[in-house]
Design a binder for this molecule. Structure first.
Ligand SMILES: Nc1ncnc2c1ncn2[C@@H]1O[C@H](COP(=O)(O)OP(=O)(O)OP(=O)(O)O)[C@@H](O)[C@H]1O
Ligand SMILES: [Mg+2]
Length: 358
């Protein structure tokens, strides 16, 4: 349950920083401020921050340019340092569980328990076997601390650190609702990471991070055409190399389309391997629908390739569908252009200053 003001959602992604400030009301989500600041490709490599000062500068710039005064923020982490597992433990009270959770977690996570921050959610109580099912979440303290420190160095006050996959799930739940009796797949494909979250009967049942995304498409265009990074990126996004030039689809060489098709299909194949693993091990029902978000979902071939391989209706979804611009400071063009990239930041912006645990 949320109390107090909404926090500013800050998503520090491999390609860019996205910042969303909203005000929740009965009418919906009023978008107060929106910030976007690209990061140089060397700044964060495979989820690792290589140049902290560039991130801090980017954060300060984006808050300044977007005219955001509020300092309290929600941030998130993802990637290899986050582990999410469904586990079964003996039935116990919340107090007992709070004491036991570290011991339980130790059996399930491959890191030293001292190095991780552990959290959990009770999914289901099974009195018939005196057991209960938990969703266990562990994230390396190092990464949480590093990201929080980046925010502090940018004169911000990080209040909450969430996990990318859950943030997207929260936003999706707000936007579309979670079907109570169906299984859906939520996939966020960014620049270097693709995160998959399968939600069965309204609860996350399986998550997986795949180290693949839009950067691979750009790299392959660069190699195939022998062009610089910026040009490859521009070709991929369907426009000319110079952002000042008007958009001319005809300017994009045919070879680019082939590379995009090949690489998006290989991303879809990796996703399919995870779906197959889930279907073979979970015992839950078939997946009825897949939703794709993240910057790379702008490549229409991606959702098509996932749909073809998974044989499940697949659609592109973005958090922007629920954001109503409520301030003159919000640039409608940025909202339109970056819509697919805002799911994490918007989900984080749903979090509140003070939250009580349900
Ligand atoms: N119009 C577009 N067409 C194709 N690709 C696009 C478009 N717009 C953005 N992208 C790609 O989306 C990716 C960025 O998406 P996003 O902002 O979701 O990722 P990120 O959060 O920075 O990265 P990650 O989550 O992997 O750390 C980049 O690879 C970018 O090239
Ligand atoms: Mg991202």
């Amino acid at each position: 349950m949320g109390e107090g003001k909404n926090l500013v959602g800050v998503d520090i992604g491999t390609s860019s920083i996205k910042v969303v400030q909203i005000k929740e009301s009965r009418r919906g989500l009023g978008l107060q401020r929106l910030g976007y600041s690209p990061l140089n490709p060397q700044t964060i490599v495979d989820g690792q921050v290589m140049d902290a000062s560039a991130v801090v500068e980017g954060l300060m710039r984006v808050f300044h340019d977007a005219k955001i005064k509020q300092k309290e923020v929600a941030i998130s982490v993802s990637g290899q340092s986050v582990i999410i597992r469904k586990i079964t433990v003996p039935m116990m009270t919340r107090e007992e569980l709070n004491e036991q959770i570290h011991w339980e977690a130790e059996q399930h996570i491959p890191f030293d328990i001292k190095d991780v921050q552990v959290d959990y959610q009770v999914l289901r109580k099974k009195p018939e076997t005196s057991q209960m099912e938990l969703l266990l979440v562990a994230a390396k303290r190092d990464q949480i601390n590093d990201y929080a420190q980046l925010a502090r160095d940018a004169k911000l006050k990080p209040i909450i650190c969430d996990i990318d996959a859950f943030t997207v799930q929260n936003m999706f739940e707000y936007s579309r609702g979670l079907p109570p009796d169906q299984t859906i797949g939520l996939i966020n494909v960014g620049a270097s990471l693709c995160s998959l979250n399968i939600i069965a009967n309204g609860v996350s049942a399986f998550t997986r991070e795949i180290a693949n995304g839009g950067n691979v498409v750009t790299d392959e265009i660069q190699k195939a055409l022998g062009v610089p990074y910026e040009q490859a990126e521009a070709y991929k996004c369907g426009g000319a190399a110079d952002p000042g030039e008007p958009f001319r689809a005809g300017m994009v060489p045919q070879q680019v389309v082939q590379v995009v098709e090949t690489v998006t299909d290989s991303i879809a194949a990796e996703i399919q391997r995870s779906l197959d693993f889930y279907l073979a091990t979970s015992g839950e029902g078939e997946i009825s629908r897949i939703y794709v978000t993240g910057g790379t979902s702008s490549l229409v071939h991606l959702a098509q390739a996932i749909e073809r391989r998974a044989r499940v209706p697949t659609e592109v979804w973005s958090a922007a569908e629920r954001l109503q611009v409520e301030a003159r400071e919000v640039d409608g063009n940025v909202l339109q252009l970056r819509a697919a990239q805002l799911s994490v930041a918007a989900g984080l912006a749903l979090r509140h200053e003070r939250e009580t645990r349900q």
